[in-house]
Ligand binder design. Structure first.
Ligand SMILES: [Zn+2]
Length: 280
């Protein structure tokens, strides 16, 4: 094929020697096929701009939110992480004020006292250089950046320990989602997966520590969870942090609890089996 046109050089057409005879037609055929295909709904079309008023600086701004009912729950991981289709809705759950740098996971966004707002102004707003608020969709990198901003705010404003733990858990979930979505032909695939897994583990470990403390220090419901659900969750976070004995002890609490629902007890029994298999 490559020398079909050899000899053209003597005609002064050497630069055309590498031409392929049918490329144009092949390309035209692919284009036509592309246009005929059914319009697939894009991630962008399933998002809307929701207006928020910043409780720190009063700025009104828009933030990307997933339209209600547009993503479907596919499954749930053992630590209650929901997996959605057609895209990971968890990416859109941090809200960040583009003016002052205040950010939080949506459910905590409006929880703000005057002393907390003062702390954020002094420690975050003064150095904040802004965040790109014009993106049509968020990549995992964007989502992680926003959630890290939410975490640093939670620490600065001395948020409840459960809010800090919850934000850590969300970050762990985002790293897990990013690893699951990583194309297999990514250069250095294995190294990248290992690094994402290490970062996930770090956040999960921190979530475990925080929720574990919240169990004994805070009143229920905690982050929308009743006591049995949180004990189950802490058990799985402990398992993921390699603390099997603690995990088993907590799972027994759930299984023998009088108030735990049978579906949760089933989950706890399944998790016990996973632990026995992992220990072998
Ligand atoms: Zn603000």
């Amino acid at each position: 094929m490559s020398d079909l046109f050899s000899g053209l050089e003597s005609l002064g057409l050497g630069s055309l020697e590498g031409m392929s005879i049918y490329d144009e037609e092949k390309k035209a055929a692919t284009d036509a096929k592309g246009q005929a295909a059914v319009h697939e709904v894009t991630e962008e079309e399933l998002l809307l701009d929701r207006t928020f008023k910043c409780p720190v600086c009063d700025n009104q701004f828009k933030s990307k939110t997933v339209k209600t009912g547009k993503v479907r729950l596919l499954s749930q991981d053992t630590d209650l992480r929901p997996k959605y289709t057609p895209f990971d809705a968890l990416k859109y759950d941090a809200v960040a004020c583009p003016k002052c740098g205040y950010a939080a996971v949506a459910r905590f966004f409006n929880v703000m006292t005057t002393p907390q707002a003062k702390l954020i102004k002094e420690k975050i707003s003064v150095g904040f250089k802004g965040i790109d608020n014009e993106k049509a969709t968020y990549s995992y990198e964007d989502a992680i950046e926003r959630h890290k901003l939410a975490l640093v705010n939670a620490v600065v404003k001395k948020a409840r320990i459960s809010e800090r733990a919850y934000t850590c858990m969300r970050l762990g979930w985002l790293y897990r989602g990013m690893a699951e979505a990583l194309p297999k032909d990514t250069p250095n695939y294995e190294t990248t997966i290992q690094s994402l897994k290490a970062q996930e583990n770090e956040f999960i470990k921190n979530a475990y520590e925080g929720f574990s403390a919240a169990l004994s220090k805070e009143d229920f419901p905690i982050c929308g969870m009743d006591e049995n659900t949180l004990v189950y969750l802490v058990a799985d976070l402990a398992r993921r942090s390699g603390k099997y004995d603690i995990a088993l002890k907590l799972l027994s609490e759930v299984i023998t609890s009088r108030s735990a629902k049978s579906a949760l007890k089933d989950k706890a029994r399944d998790l016990k089996e996973i632990i026995s298999a992992e220990r072998k």
